[in-house]
Write a protein that binds this ligand. Sequence first.
Ligand SMILES: CC(C)(COP(=O)(O)OP(=O)(O)OC[C@H]1O[C@@H](n2cnc3c(N)ncnc32)[C@H](O)[C@@H]1OP(=O)(O)O)[C@@H](O)C(=O)NCCC(=O)NCCS
Length: 145
Amino acid sequence: MIELDSVTKNNVKVLETINSVCLPTTQFSAQFYKDSPAIGDLAQFAYFNQICVGAVRCKKDSSHKQPKLQINSLCVLPAYHNQGVGSKLLEHALEQASNISAKEMYVYINKDDQEAIGWFMHKGFTSQPPKNGNEDVMFVSKQLK
Ligand SMILES: CC(C)(COP(=O)(O)OP(=O)(O)OC[C@H]1O[C@@H](n2cnc3c(N)ncnc32)[C@H](O)[C@@H]1OP(=O)(O)O)[C@@H](O)C(=O)NCCC(=O)NCCS
């Protein structure tokens, strides 16, 4: 059974641990984690049979005419891949996008992480090099209704 629950001041170190295990480089600042308990449903843990095995952390991007939702991180511990946990976290992120009437959802993924890029493409995202010229990442996005 997969359930979602909040990120709090008491468990935010678990978010940091999951991200550091699942992502190739340490990408996020101390402030990123400090802010996470205050953003409500934009950050959630996933529990598989009551064990915390994954997390999603999103951000509302208001720098465009229409709001967008950025996924900062969506990670599942390797031992728990392919059990539907990532899909549940993505579903939750899509709900958050709908709550803010976002017309696009996007995530930057290290270009070497073909597995994650493939996973997002399987979920209906498209992938392209970012316009800012950073050659190490891909801009992976989905238009929303
Ligand atoms: C990407 C990630 C979150 C997926 O999590 P997960 O829990 O294994 O995903 P799920 O079990 O929900 O996915 C299952 C579905 O994806 C499909 N799938 C799994 N791996 C895939 C791949 N590499 N390419 C395409 N499809 C894939 C399965 O066939 C299944 O399809 P279905 O829903 O149509 O039956 C996980 O691999 C991960 O944490 N990766 C490292 C962190 C990362 O790079 N995150 C993204 C950038 S922040």
